[in-house]
Design a protein. Structure first.
Length: 80
């Protein structure tokens, strides 16, 4: 598994708060896209919404947490 996926899984399983919820959402989106449940356009749009700092929720994350999420988003897009 790619390192960025390991970090997202770790954030989902061992952290709390915003980063845990966001990592879980990213991994769920990946699964839904791969299964054909959502289109590529909807997938990319949904990933963009989850970037740190884009909403009030994301503003609470530490720099490390923001890096996990934002790097995960960039790498998920690069897999397209």
């Amino acid at each position: 598994m790619a390192e960025f996926l390991d970090r997202l899984v770790n954030a989902r399983d061992s952290r709390t708060g915003w980063v845990k919820e966001t990592a879980s959402s990213l991994l769920s989106l990946k699964t839904r896209f791969e299964s054909g449940e959502i289109t590529e356009s909807k997938y990319v749009q949904s990933l963009d919404v989850l970037k740190s700092g884009e909403t009030d929720v994301g503003l609470g994350g530490s720099y490390d947490e923001r890096a996990i999420i934002d790097n995960g988003i960039l790498n998920l897009k690069n897999l397209l």
